[in-house]
Design a protein around this ligand. Sequence first.
Ligand SMILES: [Zn+2]
Length: 439
Amino acid sequence: MTSYWAADAWLPDGCQSAVRIRIEGGRFADVQPGVARDPGDEALPGVVLPGLANVHSHAFHRALRGRTHGGGGTFWTWREQMYALATRLDPDSYLDLARAVFAEMTLAGYTAVGEFHYLHHDRGGRGYADPNALGAGLIQAAAEVGIRLTLLDACYLSGGLTAGGHLPLDEIQQRFGDSDIDAWQARVALLRPAAGLRLGVAVHSVRAVPAEALSAVRNAAGEGALHVHLSEQPAENAACQAYYGRSPTQLLDDHGVLSTRTTAVHATHLTNTDVAILGGSGTTAGFCPTTEADLADGIGPARRLFDAGSPLALGSDQHAVIDPFAELHGLELHERLASGERGRFTPAELVTFASESGYRSLGWEGGRIEPGAPADFVVVRADSVRTAGTRPEQICYAATAADVEQVVIGGRTIVKDGCHHLGSPSLLLAAALDRLGER
Ligand SMILES: [Zn+2]
């Protein structure tokens, strides 16, 4: 039994003071607000939040940070730079980079990550000896770092969508694609569950998965998580409308893809009908505010989706920023810019999106500090230059990843005194990026 005491902690019914937290067997055994500290309690140095989920990650995109801003462009020109990076990765460099990125995530306060994994094969598009060699690297990296991982193996069968139909995979996309839906299913079936790991699947997008394959991906998800990139760019909507005569949301709905186990990532450019369909199906909307700003995607209808019935969750996607607080207040600030109103979400709603809703999106229980839940929590300093003077229940609007002092996942201390148990993530990143020739 480990016993902690916090001056302030976010519990399911809000921010509470003087909270004793006892942990046994990797779960919260007892949570008591309003009690004095026992001499045997370890004092936690700040405001305690539940574990924070990053529901949308492409770990290898981290290698592009700070390197894509020189020539202007759009989402589509950024994608060319991402494709060029993808050609240089191999299983060893992919593992090194993923380990460093997952370490950076935990240092920032993330305790669970959904890796939307679409780089599957070698440079010629051929399978490795282990057909899931790259996915295995992600699993190994997460285990070494100590972060919970949901591996979302993405089905990717076509190179794009036009008014005339789907395009073949180009040379680079051969690394992403399986030859057909049966080959994708056969490869995914080889993945095995493990401690700290959940297996889910993904429809890369309606651009990359033709309608006739959608129900097979849905069935492969079973009771697990199913994620899909949805309407990040107007061009996807236009192509889908031109070819199928309906929006991407309507197409997914027609094929049974949308449900309470599904997360639609981005959900930026939606019609009123799309919002009603997503909300009515209970599909989670996975917003990635720093990426959506960085890639000039636009501002999605977060509040309208939430009001329609969609839980919201947050992800860092291409990792131009890895900071759960930047995503959390980014969601609120985008709403303010678009609406002219403050307080579009309450502090409690924002914390729930970042924690419990994110956990559920990734197929994990928890994201709550309560007896019986997995013992995941994050301690945020309340006395830094950024956070001094903030009210505990509003600290998420002021804190950044730099204020994360301690991270516990499954009762295990992963970050202590602002240091990761693997050592310096910046050194891990430097070594991984050197290997790729990205420095
Ligand atoms: Zn993505």
